[in-house]
Design a binder for this molecule. Structure first.
Ligand SMILES: [Zn+2]
Length: 183
């Protein structure tokens, strides 16, 4: 995995594509939560589930089908009446992309097994051809080690920096539109 904060940063950055003044902050909060949820699969290790299993780390919870199902759950539980200021389709698209972004980032890390994008139909684990992100340890304790510094540096460079640049690219042209407000 990349660390939880970095997944959330990526989700918030994606959110800029859907940003409109007046959209409830709950939408962006939900996107951040969606982007972190797939890693709940690590609890499986405590129950003897192996990394490469269906329920193993980077297995089903990192798949596109899971992203669609989890999006449906979040819509039902948190946004049954929609989100003020954002249509049903963009809201759905955002929550799906935020959840699915998790697997994409994990597939760009340099360690562990790949991501089961097509589970439950195919449990094959995939990496993207380009894997610049140092894999983050599964235990929080090890994150605060000398290794942790290198991981942080790698995530700042390959996730946070592109996320901020992407957000700026999306938001800046809108600022120039006459009458557009960005408060
Ligand atoms: Zn993960």
């Amino acid at each position: 995995m990349a660390s939880a904060f970095s997944h959330a940063v990526a989700a918030l950055s994606l959110g800029t594509c859907f940003y409109r003044p007046g959209v409830s902050k709950r939408v962006w909060l939900a996107g951040a939560v969606c982007s972190v949820i797939p890693d709940l699969d690590v609890v499986g290790f405590r129950f003897g589930i192996r990394y490469g299993d269906f329920w193993g780390h980077r297995g089903f919870t990192h798949s596109l089908v899971f992203a669609a199902l989890f999006t449906a759950v979040v819509l039902f539980v948190c946004f049954r009446r929609g989100a003020p200021g954002l249509g049903r389709f963009p809201l759905t698209a955002y929550l799906f992309l935020a959840t699915a972004s998790h697997g994409v980032l994990d597939a760009m890390t340099n360690g562990g097994l790949g991501v089961a994008f097509f589970s439950p139909f195919d449990n094959t684990r995939y990496f993207l051809p380009w894997r610049p992100i140092r894999v983050s340890p599964l235990s929080v304790g090890r994150f605060f080690s000398p290794q942790g510094y290198l991981i942080l540096k790698s995530e700042l460079l390959w996730i946070w920096l592109p996320a901020v640049a992407f957000a700026a690219l999306v938001l800046m042209p809108r600022r120039k539109q006459p009458g557009a407000t960005m408060n």
